[in-house]
Design a protein around this ligand. Structure first.
Ligand code: XIL
Length: 353
């Protein structure tokens, strides 16, 4: 009898294990990480059912790839059109996702009317218009977006000092600080980020940004975090990455890996993604996520991928070649890079050391 019940229990146990194994859903990014996992999207694509399903299922944060930039919102002097951003927000609310605002001030992607008139404004006129734009936009999205990239790419491309943009020329060295103050006046709670590219590759750019942060903090200019864009290649330096993370954490700021994509075809010699490149991409993302995962919880803001599928990445046009830089391929299938993200979350991974 005892013998029989032993086999019965064993059978039950096996049934439970097997059926759980079959039923248990595959891991989703948004449930696997204890920080938000984001994707940059274009609201027009949400009309495609497959696209909307994957975005809703996998991600807990959304950034507008374009439609919350001045080019889309700033319709005319003191006139704003929030309709496309609002549609993105509706989707996010329906899928329990946070929204990161990108971006209030940038020297690129301005509306044509502003491009055409900006040189003719005197400093005070431009400052007033920019303040009105920032405050109207931040107020419109108050309580709806968790964060903003206030000024995007304000440091010179070489990394030393401010970029010689029309904003810098007309508004002077302290305009980034004032933009932060305008945003804070419009929303006391929204998190304010400074966002830039090549911050890991260029030690000079990192130094300029850290000096800006030190200056802001010494003068009580509000800043909550740094957005590291992470448009990177397979030769990315993990040592420099770790150094940048440590320096940002020392300053009690949040880190947003804000626009992650990993180029696999910098010179355009590949006509298809090779297995080797896909694997290198997987390992690199795992190592990046592993280091990010080890940050103190309060310093982890989010990791955001700059697009969903390889075929829609901005890099094809920007670099002139396909780069296969994202987590999903054209058919919405997960690439090895997707597994790399999950691997990185597991701090016990030894293969990464
Ligand atoms: C890019 C978009 O992905 C493209 O669709 C658009 O044509 C140009 O802008 N750094 C940024 C992003 O901060 O806003 C840029 O997005 C990519 C580089």
């Amino acid at each position: 009898m005892q013998f029989f019940s032993f086999f019965l229990s064993l059978g039950l146990l096996l049934t439970v294990i097997i059926s759980n194994g079959l039923d248990s859903p595959e891991p989703r990014l948004r449930e696997s990480a204890d920080f938000p996992v984001g994707v940059a999207i274009n609201p027009k694509r949400l009309a495609q059912t497959d696209y909307a399903q994957v975005v809703g299922r996998e991600f807990s944060s959304i950034t507008a790839e374009n439609v919350m930039k001045p080019q889309y919102i700033w319709a005319a002097e003191r006139q704003y059109d929030f309709s496309l951003g609002d549609s993105l927000l509706e989707f996010a609310q329906a899928h329990n996702q946070q929204v990161h605002g990108h971006t209030l001030a940038w020297h690129l992607m301005q509306p044509d009317w502003l491009e055409n008139t900006i040189d003719s404004y005197d400093s005070a006129t431009l400052e007033n218009l920019l303040r009105d734009y920032i405050q109207a936009t931040v107020k419109h999205y108050r309580g709806k977006v968790v964060s903003w990239d206030v000024v995007n790419e304000a440091v010179s491309s070489g990394g030393k000092g401010w970029r010689n943009s029309v904003y810098h020329q007309k508004l002077g060295d302290d305009y980034v600080a004032r933009c932060h103050q305008y945003a804070r006046e419009a929303d006391p709670d929204v998190l304010l980020f400074y966002n830039d590219y090549d911050v890991i590759a260029s030690s000079e750019k990192l130094a300029t940004i850290l000096a800006m942060v030190d200056d802001f903090q010494s003068r009580n200019i509000p800043i909550d975090g740094i957005g590291l864009q992470m448009h990177i290649r397979l030769d990315f330096s993990l040592d420099k990455f770790q150094y940048a993370l440590d320096e940002i954490v020392k300053r009690n700021l949040k880190v947003h890996l804000s626009e992650v994509d990993i180029r696999t075809n910098p010179d355009g010699e590949l006509s298809t993604l090779t297995e080797e490149a896909a694997q290198q991409q997987q390992e690199l993302l795992a190592a990046i996520v592993q280091r990010y995962q080890q940050l103190p919880a309060e310093n982890k803001f989010a990791i955001t991928f700059w697009g969903l599928r390889d075929n829609e990445s901005w890099l094809t046009k920007h670099t002139g070649h396909p780069q296969w830089p994202l987590l999903f391929n054209e058919n919405f299938s997960k690439k090895p890079m997707y597994q790399g993200f999950l691997d990185g979350l597991d701090a016990n991974q030894t293969q990464l050391d």
